[in-house]
Ligand binder design. Structure first.
Ligand SMILES: Cc1cc2nc3c(=O)[nH]c(=O)nc-3n(C[C@H](O)[C@H](O)[C@H](O)COP(=O)(O)O)c2cc1C
Length: 320
């Protein structure tokens, strides 16, 4: 049985959420995942500074054109001033901004360029600063004219192993309890990459102190993974990244509605056509289209048992 999930005032049909994915989660891909069972989707990480400065390529990343697909915007901020200015820009009378239903703050991006400006995981141990940032977001939610149902944050366990051992993530749970509607925990520190095993026990520790929903993240792909995550940690939702890139059907598998994989060429071709048609309609950049076409080619190779050509993910410089 798939349980619904409430985040703030958003009613999600299941606990399985599509992750923010840089250079991947455009509007067309979010629809492909939504139609295959994702209950909430995110834009890729958007730099608040770029948004505040009306940077054209930053603004283009807010591609919330499809009102039926529940979508939130993920922002990367270095301080509360940047956040306020970025949130103000979202209030501009741009028709598709009215479809933004949630705001997430990124404290996980391990890119040196992000850490150098004191953003992302560099903020995890800056309790006072985080408090002000969370408060700014919560206050904005109360006054905005946008239909925002939930505000939250996505964190890693620390900037590095030392911070993880110091459990810098636990005070963040206290701050989140006060100001946010949910907290997503990617159970790795920022020096780890996706091949490293996530520390789900940290999600359990956070859950034990939490008064708001905790979304677990890291290596959840199958229904068995989800059963284990919810049993071992008490997380009430899961954020799915690489599993969705590898197969947008992953959400059906998580819901217990099939294997989580496409079963025929026809099914795959229909998904690719859907993606390409929507990408054309919404004006996705060629780099998104080319990347997803390569992704569909690899899915097809796997369907036909060609392990070499079907290697899980096309290369992506933004893997976090
Ligand atoms: C291609 C790619 C792009 C990503 N972009 C973002 C991003 O924009 N924002 C973010 O918070 N995490 C990003 N991540 C991290 C994922 O959201 C997720 O935390 C991580 O992949 C672990 O989940 P998984 O085990 O389900 O893949 C990205 C990951 C990948 C693979």
């Amino acid at each position: 049985m798939t349980q619904p999930l409430k985040l703030g005032s958003l009613e999600l049909s299941s606990p399985f959420i599509l992750a923010p994915l840089e250079s991947v989660s455009d509007c067309a891909f979010r629809r492909v995942c939504w139609d295959r069972g994702a209950s909430l989707t995110w834009t890729e990480m958007i730099r608040a500074r770029g948004l505040a400065r009306n940077n054209k390529s930053t603004l283009e990343l807010i591609d919330t054109f499809d009102p039926e697909v529940l979508t939130g915007v993920q922002l990367m901020v270095a301080n509360e001033k940047e956040l306020s200015e970025a949130l103000e820009k979202l209030e501009k009378p741009v028709a598709h901004f009215k479809n933004i239903r949630a705001i997430d703050l990124n404290f996980g991006c391990p890119s040196p360029e992000v850490i150098r400006i004191g953003a992302g995981p560099a903020l995890l141990k800056r309790r006072g600063k985080l408090d002000t940032i969370f408060k700014t977001l919560a206050e904005w939610k109360k006054s905005t004219s946008l239909p925002i149902g939930a505000v939250g944050a996505k964190i890693r366990l620390g900037l590095n192993r030392l911070e993880q051992d110091q459990k810098v993530y636990l005070p963040i749970v206290e701050l989140a309890n006060e100001h946010l509607d949910y907290l997503t925990i990617h159970a790795r520190h920022a020096r780890q990459n996706s091949a490293d095993q996530p520390t789900w026990s940290a999600i359990a520790e956070a859950q034990a102190q939490s008064k708001i929903p905790i979304i677990g993240n890291g290596d959840v792909v199958t229904r068995e993974d989800w059963d284990r995550l919810s049993r071992e940690t008490g997380a009430i939702g899961a954020l799915i990244a690489r599993g969705a890139i590898k197969s947008p059907w992953v959400f059906r598998g998580l819901r217990g509605e099939g294997s989580g994989q496409p079963t025929s060429d026809a099914e795959l071709d229909a998904a690719e056509t859907q993606y390409l048609t929507l990408a054309e309609r919404y004006g996705s950049k060629p780099k998104f289209r080319e990347w997803h076409q390569e992704g569909f080619r690899r899915m097809k190779a796997r369907l036909h048992g060609d392990v070499d050509k079907g290697a899980a993910l096309p290369a992506n410089e933004h893997m976090q």
